[in-house]
Design a binder for this molecule. Structure first.
Ligand code: FE2
Ligand code: FE2
Length: 438
């Protein structure tokens, strides 16, 4: 019985195929339907010059995946072609995220490249096809307009032991351009953007587009250098703050457990010998502060991240890393006795005591060597001390008496060498060295 049904289906399918091949178009169609087909096929969409607005922005890197987002000027579908050679021979094509509907949009396209090999150099180009509606909902794409070919290295144990960190750029695009030029000169393979990206509120998506996808004076800043975004207090302000993911992609859910599903921006992976761990200190005022309007849950968020952090040290690639570097926006060392801990109504946090109390001991128990922070805008180094395995370095940022920094970490000669570049003055202002974990 089963056999005969299969055979009947096969015959039916074959018959349809044969009929389709033999009949002229339209022979089996209603007249109106044929007219629709004719109109669809007759419509020529000119090549949509100017459809791509800026260069692609690599983001949320992981050993087996890489995100890329880019801006467009009209309704379009997005693509990436990816290969292990600069000619893009045998390239694999990815479509804008979404299932069953791709994430078509008139301003932001996001594509996730998956199934990648860790520690591997890839070449790619991003592209978009403009979508027109020649008849009703019938959608016709233009030819694809492609970006230039760019390149990146996936993280992983065989990736270069090298990273960079910038913070507190606060939409000062000229200052930021000095940093982004410098890290490209240095060949930094992944950059942590450690918070306080805007200068004021983000109330509409276009604010994020300007900060991340088309920042003035910074064209191509992340086309070859993936960005690990770690938010600061300013990144939570404005009515669009909880829609950041529409521009900057969260991490893949497969990178965490169901318990941690809300923690979509924390990261922990290897760049060669270094484990990079991203932790979010949140706002600089307590949840009960009137500025927060009663809708923030930063303490809960910090507790959730504490459980996540503990678990990272049971992952073989993290626990065996010779170097552990954690990233926080607000410092977690008390900068001076009585410094504002972020738990009181007055002013704002100079350091984040809740995070220090919860995360500091875990990092020490696992012999982490370094925490990199921002927020105060003033470069500062606090050495490790008794009871605390890790040093803390705060990067510089915008201000009349401060300077912007690029903090670069690289393993050289059996040590992690951290160079602090004053990118405003174009010189190195600090070099700090760390031994592998014992
Ligand atoms: Fe800041
Ligand atoms: Fe800040």
């Amino acid at each position: 019985m089963v056999k005969s049904i299969e055979r009947r289906s096969f015959l039916k399918g074959s018959a349809l195929l044969a009929a389709a091949a033999a009949l002229k178009p339209g022979a089996a169609m209603m007249k109106s339907e044929q007219a629709a087909h004719d109109r669809y096929h007759a419509m020529k969409i000119p090549r949509p010059e100017g459809l791509l607005d800026g260069e692609p922005v690599l983001q949320a890197p992981a050993p087996e995946s890489m995100g890329v987002a880019f801006a467009v000027t009209a309704l379009a579908n997005g693509f990436v072609e990816l290969a292990e050679n600069p000619e893009l021979k045998d390239a694999k094509r990815f479509m804008a995220d979404g299932l069953p509907l791709a994430g078509i949009d008139d301003r932001v396209l996001q594509v996730r490249m998956t199934g990648l090999k860790p520690g591997t150099r890839y070449w790619y180009r991003a592209g978009a096809a403009k979508l027109e509606h020649p008849i009703g909902y019938w959608t016709k794409p233009s030819e694809i307009v492609w970006s230039a070919v760019h390149s990146f290295v996936t993280p992983g144990e065989s990736a270069p032991s090298h990273f960079g960190m910038m913070s507190d750029t606060h939409a000062q695009f000229t200052q930021m351009a000095r940093i982004t030029k410098k890290y490209r000169e240095l060949g930094v393979p992944s950059m942590v953007w450690n918070g306080d990206i805007p200068s004021s509120l983000t109330n509409v998506r276009e604010d994020f587009v300007k900060h991340y996808l088309v920042p003035p004076e910074n064209a191509g800043y992340a086309a070859d250098t993936p960005i690990l975004l770690n938010r600061g207090n300013h990144d939570f302000r404005g009515t669009a703050a909880n829609r950041l993911g529409e521009v900057m992609m969260p991490r893949l859910p497969t990178e965490r457990s169901m318990r941690d599903i809300a923690l979509d921006r924390n990261f922990a992976f290897r760049m060669g010998e270094i484990a990079l761990i991203g932790l979010d200190t949140g706002e600089d005022k307590p949840d009960f502060h009137p500025a927060n309007g009663g809708f923030t849950r930063f303490t809960t968020y910090r507790v959730a991240q504490t459980e996540w952090l503990k678990d990272q040290f049971s992952r073989p690639e993290i626990v065996t890393a010779p170097y552990i570097v954690a990233f926080v926006h607000i410092p977690i060392v008390e900068l001076y006795p009585g410094a504002n801990p972020g738990t009181i109504l007055e002013d704002y946090a100079t350091w984040q005591k809740e995070c220090a109390d919860m995360w500091g001991p875990i990092l020490t128990a696992n012999k982490a060597q370094l925490v990199l922070a921002g927020h105060t805008h003033r470069y500062r180094y606090d050495a490790a001390k008794d009871g605390r395995s890790w040093a803390e370095i705060i990067g510089g940022g915008r201000g009349a008496k401060t300077f912007q920094t690029l903090i670069e970490g690289k393993v050289e000669g059996g040590e992690l060498v951290v160079r602090v570049h004053n990118t405003d003055a174009g010189k190195i202002v600090g070099v700090h060295r760390f031994k592998p974990r014992g």
